[in-house]
Ligand binder design. Structure first.
Ligand SMILES: NC(=O)c1ccc[n+]([C@@H]2O[C@H](COP(=O)([O-])OP(=O)(O)OC[C@H]3O[C@@H](n4cnc5c(N)ncnc54)[C@H](O)[C@@H]3O)[C@@H](O)[C@H]2O)c1
Length: 164
């Protein structure tokens, strides 16, 4: 715990379901947390308990646009996760995964920050193997109603490995 004290951590999608709990955890570990969210599916009420915390900062920002901040670690959680939300504007969903990954990987490269991508088992599409092992490439459809989410996350994984 002591090693994380004072670390500047960026959480994209930080006002969402998972992101808000991650922000809570990071603050409890002594980190300085920058929560970035465009509030598409997230809500300020999820992080209301953190708004008075001096180590917590909230920024309304869409990750499809570049972000210029100084951080030590990045958790990229920004992306609508439920079908009803990600299918509402499928182009924006793909942009969030792909442009978001490019922008945040660029930020990680410049700041030498460690970065984590929240991917999904949806990258396996409609899998023919259960459970899916890391070596399984999936059974995916590039043009279906779920493709904006699945293919966006797959492309983000490609970007993360190419940067790596
Ligand atoms: N919840 C799950 O079971 C699950 C499973 C696998 C993967 N994931 C992934 O984990 C991450 C978080 O999921 P969640 O369940 O908390 O979803 P969520 O919808 O509650 O949170 C996503 C957050 O991202 C924000 N967001 C969306 N587009 C954005 C953009 N362009 N710029 C900035 N912020 C944006 C939303 O406003 C929201 O606060 C997602 O990337 C999701 O794909 C979730």
């Amino acid at each position: 715990m002591a090693t994380r004290w004072g670390k500047r951590v960026l959480v994209t999608g930080g006002s969402g379901f998972l992101g808000s709990h991650l922000c809570d955890r990071l603050i409890s570990e002594g980190c300085e947390v920058l929560c970035v969210d465009n509030f598409y599916t997230g809500d300020k009420s999820n992080i209301a308990q953190l708004l008075d915390e001096h180590r917590f900062e909230l920024m309304r920002h869409d990750v499809t646009f570049p972000l210029y901040v100084e951080v030590d670690e990045i958790y990229n959680l920004a992306c609508p996760a439920s079908p009803i939300h990600y299918q509402f504007d499928p182009v924006q969903t793909t942009k969030t995964s792909v442009h978001g990954a490019i922008n945040l990987l660029g930020l990680a490269k410049r700041t030498k920050a460690k970065i984590l991508q929240a991917s999904t088992s949806e990258v396996y599409g409609d899998p023919l193997e259960h459970p899916q092992e890391e070596g399984y490439w999936g059974h995916v459809n590039p043009i279906g109603p779920r493709s904006c989410y699945d293919e966006g996350k797959r492309c983000a994984e490609t970007l993360f490995f190419d940067y790596h």
